[in-house]
Design a protein around this ligand. Structure first.
Ligand code: SF4
Length: 461
């Protein structure tokens, strides 16, 4: 897939030192990590580097690690095991590890894999070039900050190599003040820090001037945006206002955000979504479990009834709203009754899509040491039932759209058939349609067929 380089924002005074060298980026994890990877790629490009297609071509390999859901340790150290041989063959190869797992494991990364040249934490990505210089000059280096420096934490002016030229992530908060018992984010990303609204709008304006038509506002809990920004008794900025302001930036035709927290989403956000034409009719609202008991053990701060109430409020306010969610199966202590409660809430919520996970303990989180860990075979069986229900729900939702004409935004050729284009609706549904269109083309499409994960469409002349 082609990558788009935003105008380089090289640090003043730095002469590009790696012109013509090649870099490879591997990202594990969430959108926050993908966005961080884009910024590291942008920094490397601002130093004169170009992307490598394969490992053997790369002079710098950057692994952006995640410790939220996957078997993070296995994946990282497995990949580093493969890289050991490459480093032996080519000692000049620089191996860089960043992201959540690096933040959590700190010095252990280089203890376990001494062939790694640079390790940096979630608050240090803007330092990647300096750290590479240090490694060239002095040898391996680890740099981890405990928390985001108030202004630098967003590394806002870093260049980014976007995967799609027309679409960009925009960070609005980093860190999280909640304490969900399964989640490692507060530990590795620190407390929540909001970015000033003027700075966000300025970035969105710059992106629009660079041809971006779609932005996704990123935060661990976007609804608590601005809580830390109130000064001198002035009204502090809130997420609903930010949505409206971003939606007014000329050239931006689609505004998305992820993720809101069910305990914090309010009517002001629903109204902002409904009244701001650029804000898309899609909401990712993570349920996690439909059992009140399990939600309490997760410390999520809402009951299933409250979740459904908030969902109904959002759907009433935003016509045609598509809703996706996250579900964790097999949380410690989850009984068959708890799991059935999740299925019931899912039936009632009729989600358009769900990211479903089997619970796996994250060392350092409270849930890792809870009693009643669920037998993996039981969790796997529940997972299959959940996936089956969600497939049916997604298919029903997509079938209801067949025959409609919708606006889609193309992303490029379909992976399976280059004669087809892949696009997305405003509701974030994937649509495949015949024809070749440049990425970033807005089209009207008639939806003609539905599958659980996508729709087929035809361009409307
Ligand atoms: S809201 Fe909960 S799940 Fe989300 S990042 Fe914060 S602690 Fe983790």
């Amino acid at each position: 897939m082609s990558l788009h380089l935003a105008p380089p924002a090289r640090r003043p005074g730095r002469v590009p030192a790696r012109a013509g060298l090649r870099y490879l980026v591997r990202t594990f994890g969430c959108q926050m990590n993908e966005h961080d990877s884009e910024r590291v790629a942008g920094l490397l490009a601002s130093d004169g580097m170009i992307p490598a297609a394969v490992l053997d071509e790369a002079d710098v390999v950057f692994l952006n690690t995640c410790c939220i859901r996957e078997n993070a340790d296995d994946r990282l150290y497995g990949t580093l095991g493969h890289l050991k041989a490459a480093k032996k063959r080519r000692p000049g190869l620089r191996i860089v590890v960043g992201g959540c797992l690096a933040q959590k494991d700190r010095d252990q990364v280089q203890e376990r894999a001494p062939w790694v040249d640079v390790v940096f934490g979630t608050h240090n990505l803007h330092r990647v070039l300096d750290l590479l210089d240090h490694a060239d000059e002095w040898g391996p280096v680890t740099e981890i900050c405990e928390s985001a420096p108030a202004e630098e934490g967003f590394a806002a002016d870093l260049p980014a190599r976007r995967e799609l030229a027309h679409s960009a992530w925009v960070t609005i908060t980093v860190g999280c003040d909640n304490s969900c018992t399964f989640c490692i984010v507060p530990l590795v990303r620190g407390p929540e820090v909001s970015r000033r609204p003027g700075e966000i709008i300025e970035e969105v304006r710059r992106l629009a001037a660079d041809g971006v038509v779609e932005v996704t506002l990123l935060g661990q809990n976007v609804n608590s945006y601005g809580r830390d920004l109130g000064v001198d008794g002035r009204r502090r900025p809130v997420f609903a206002d930010l949505l409206r302001r971003v939606g007014e930036v000329p050239g931006i035709r689609r505004v998305r955000f992820t993720s809101p927290h069910p305990k914090d989403i309010r009517e002001d956000v629903a109204r902002a979504m409904a009244e701001t034409p650029a804000v898309c009719e899609h909401l990712h609202l993570p349920l996690q479990s439909g059992s009140a008991r399990v939600l309490r053990a997760m410390q999520r701060g809402y009951t299933p009834a409250r979740f459904l109430q908030r969902l109904a409020m959002m759907r009433a306010a935003v016509p045609g709203l598509a809703v996706t969610t996250d579900i964790i199966v097999g949380f410690p202590g989850e009984t068959e009754g708890d799991f059935r409660a999740t299925l019931e809430v899912m039936e009632e919520a009729a989600f358009d899509g769900a990211y479903t996970f089997i619970f796996s303990p994250r060392p350092g989180t409270p849930a890792a040491s809870l009693e009643g860990q669920v037998d993996p075979a039981v969790a796997a069986e529940r997972f299959a039932r959940l996936a089956d229900l969600q497939q049916r729900s997604s298919l029903a939702g997509n079938r209801a759209l067949v025959g409609r004409e919708v606006e889609v935004l193309t992303e490029g050729p379909s992976r399976k058939d280059p004669a087809m284009a892949t696009a997305r609706t405003r509701t974030n549904k994937v649509v495949h349609l015949p024809g070749v269109f440049p990425p970033g083309t807005f089209l009207q499409a008639r939806l003609v067929r539905a599958a659980p994960s996508h729709l087929m469409g035809r361009p409307v002349p």
